[in-house]
Design a protein around this ligand. Structure first.
Ligand code: FES
Ligand code: FES
Length: 206
């Protein structure tokens, strides 16, 4: 049985707070349209941060209400419903939350959403083509059955897609080094690497 520690409780409260605060301000904005909410700074006042952002995610413009301290992983998962981006450690250690920002892999748990305004964000949901055809790296995963539980899979796929943009013909060792910022709790590294190398091969055929 899992024991819940005070740390778990405070973390849960934090996450609830992120969601609840966003929802509360969104709905309040409809009611009090004429001015800032109590305790909030008016837009344009010194130190204020515009909370309503337009983000470009998977080729679509998405309007979203974002707190100034909110991470991209939180916005993607809990505001935009893109739960393919996983949260493992939430502190830049595991790579489960990897997404591409302007084609470069980033840990979305450690990127503030406000810092990616005007940038192109791509998540695992945006890899398949409009016709539903899998991205070559996703196809490599399917063909090689590279993962056990696959919790880490979206992060590995996004890291590999990003790496292949700059190094399209890596050796196995080079690719292992290129995606070494991603961890797998099932310790399935050999099979994962085989799947990623298969994906690299498929990409060269496209
Ligand atoms: S959840 Fe972002 S690096 Fe682990
Ligand atoms: S396959 Fe389970 S964490 Fe990687």
């Amino acid at each position: 049985m899992t024991e819940h520690t005070p740390q778990d409780a405070s973390r849960r409260n934090f996450i609830k707070g992120v969601i609840a605060a966003g929802a509360a301000v969104s709905s309040a904005a409809y009611v009090f349209r004429t001015g800032p909410l109590a305790g909030q700074q008016a837009p344009g006042s010194p130190g204020s941060v515009e909370r309503l952002l337009t983000l470009t995610v998977n080729g679509q413009e998405r309007r979203v209400d974002v707190m100034k301290q909110e991470t991209l992983a939180m916005t993607l998962r809990y505001k935009l419903g893109l739960t393919g981006t996983k949260l493992g450690c939430d502190r830049s250690e595991c790579g489960a939350c990897t997404v591409l920002v302007d084609d470069v892999p980033h840990y979305s748990c450690s990127v503030l959403t406000h810092s990616v305004r005007g940038k192109k964000i791509q998540t695992i949901e945006g890899l398949a083509s409009a016709t539903g055809a899998l991205h070559p790296v996703q196809q490599g995963v399917v063909d090689e059955q590279g993962f056990q539980c696959a919790f880490c899979m979206p992060g590995f796929v996004m890291a590999t897609v990003g790496y292949l943009k700059t190094t399209p013909t890596p050796t196995r060792q080079e690719l292992a080094h290129g995606i070494s910022g991603n961890l797998c709790r099932c310790q399935d590294y050999d099979k994962i690497l085989t799947a990623m190398m298969r994906g690299a091969e498929y990409m060269r055929r496209v």
